[in-house]
Ligand binder design. Structure first.
Ligand code: NAD
Length: 477
């Protein structure tokens, strides 16, 4: 049985109700979570507030940094254990689960070093005045986390918030809580004061909603779907609570005829099959210049047909999807493709060892997807790549920008001037030239435009969002 983690203690929810934890590789329950409610959120917010007032805001940046660094080292020490937990909870292949645990450690390492480096400026003003600014934490920050990368998203969001001097109340996804509950215990072990980091589990419409509405929450960091992002924004607006929204994507991989296809092919495959395509920044649309459309699709088709899908512990190319409803969602998109006569180029293989009760989906490459079809417009959140062709650079830009999203874009070309033109004109929070994702890049500010959200997490930039600027003007004559 798993419990909420409030003020450095494991506590049951006020409701006494629980939620089963399912292993996506087998579709079977193996544990239970607390189904919390507004009362539990209130307890967590009170514990956090008390910690902020009595302890946390009195710590120097260097002292906070040391605590974060100790947690980073502890996470590294426990990375195999955390990876095993996340593997069973989320169906992540071993390499991915381990990479996520180490990325979590790296977030805390990065933000440990940032704690004592956020400073304001002095501003030249009229004679007789001295004016300066400083950054203050919001106070108690709320973090609503999705299921696709619980450790990584927790690391970037909570790491940044703690570094800026806040204390945190975290609501993980009901589908992916276990690793974060363990990290909270590790934080206690390395000396985090009671209330600095609190975790309350449960359903979004119950406990997530209660967190977003709680008047004691001073800032909300939400990572999840655009539709829930809208709800959070509306609820937060009622009390003018600042929000960071990290939402969905339909990111393009734009391949020009002069690109180095030996580099393009593995990067394009990885960007859509990583985490079974359940990645906000998945390279979900493939835009290819017409001269190389057929040869590239042929080579990609060969690569797709070699991909193997199976239980997470087998550590194949692709694991299961998170849950049955997600599997059904992908099936619905694929049956829409059939209805619209959208041709499939190739599909990977689900291995015989994959039980029928698990939530598997073979990676699928589709071609000539019409730009206005929902396959080209909406987030599928599964390993489905939609290819389409373009002729000119201008057409590539139009296609790249032709969705409601703007999270990430990949541009593949050897032409230096075109690289800059594309980087300027593609509307997205990040643009990668001749690479995709830069291997995760904890240091690199991340976030979207349009329906992909606003505000930035990751990198030093996140600290500005997790704090508020105060201007102080002293008249001394
Ligand atoms: P989701 O929106 O269903 O859930 C996200 C979180 O919000 C969960 O913890 C959920 O319990 C909670 N929630 C649900 N309803 C709520 C409500 N009414 N009030 C408050 N909280 C509520 O998203 P998901 O299915 O968990 O995650 C997938 C989505 O997240 C995709 O759209 C993906 O692109 C997006 N995502 C974005 C980023 C990014 O950085 N931009 C990263 C990862 C995932």
């Amino acid at each position: 049985m798993q419990y909420n983690y409030i003020a450095n203690a494991a506590v049951p929810s006020a409701s006494g109700r629980t939620i089963p934890v399912i292993d996506p590789s087998y579709g079977e329950p193996f544990d239970e979570l607390q189904r919390s409610n507004a009362q539990d959120i209130d307890a967590a917010v009170q514990a956090a507030r008390q910690c902020f007032e009595a302890v946390w805001h009195k710590l120097s940046g260097a002292e906070r940094g040391r605590l974060l660094m100790r947690l980073s080292l502890k996470i590294t020490e426990h990375s195999d254990e955390l990876a095993a937990i996340e593997q069973r909870d989320c169906g992540k292949p071993t390499k991915q689960a381990k990479a996520d645990a180490l990325a979590l450690a790296r977030y805390f390492e990065f933000y440990a070093g940032a704690c004592d480096k956020l400073h304001g400026e002095t501003i030249p003003y009229q004679d007789g005045y001295s004016v300066f600014t400083w950054y203050e934490p919001h106070g108690v920050t709320g973090h609503i986390v999705p299921w696709n990368y619980p450790m990584q998203i927790f690391g970037r969001s909570v790491g940044g918030a703690l570094a800026a001097g806040n204390v945190c109340v975290v609501k993980p996804s009901e589908d992916a809580c276990l690793s974060l509950l363990r990290v909270a215990q590790l934080a206690t072990e390395v000396g985090f004061p009671a209330g600095a980091l609190n975790i309350v589990t449960g359903y979004g419409h119950e406990v997530g909603d209660a967190l977003a509405r709680h008047p004691g929450i001073d800032h909300i960091s939400f990572t999840g779907s655009p539709s829930v992002g809208t709800l959070i924004q509306q609820v937060a607006a009622e009390r003018h609570c600042p929000v960071t929204l990290e939402l969905g994507g339909k990111s393009p991989q734009i391949v020009f005829a002069d690109a180095d296809l030996d580099t393009v092919i593995p990067a394009v495959v990885n960007a859509i099959v990583q985490n079974a395509g359940q990645t906000c920044s998945a390279g979900a649309r493939l835009l290819v210049q017409q001269e190389i459309y057929e040869p590239l699709l042929e080579r990609l088709g060969q690569a797709f047909s070699q991909l193997r899908v199976g239980p997470a512990a087998m550590d194949l190319d692709v694991g299961p999807l998170i849950r049955q409803t997600q599997q059904q969602r992908v099936w619905d998109f694929l049956s829409d493709a059939q209805v619209a006569n959208i041709a499939m180029v190739a599909q990977g293989q689900i291995v015989d060892e994959a039980p029928e009760t698990g939530y598997y989906q073979a990676p699928t490459l589709l071609r000539d997807v019409p730009v206005n079809h929902r396959l080209a417009q909406e987030e599928i959140f599964g390993p489905v790549l939609c290819a389409m062709k373009f002729d000119t650079e201008e057409e590539a830009i139009q296609l790249a920008n032709a969705t409601p999203f703007g999270l990430v874009a990949g541009v593949w070309t050897r032409d230096g001037a075109r690289q800059f033109r594309m980087a300027k004109r593609v509307r997205s929070g990040q643009v990668f030239i001749n690479n995709y994702g830069a291997g995760g890049g904890v240091e690199l500010p991340f976030g979207g435009v349009k329906s992909s959200g606003y505000g930035r997490e990751k990198g030093f930039e996140a600290l500005y969002g997790f704090s508020t600027l105060k201007t102080v003007a002293v008249k001394h004559g």
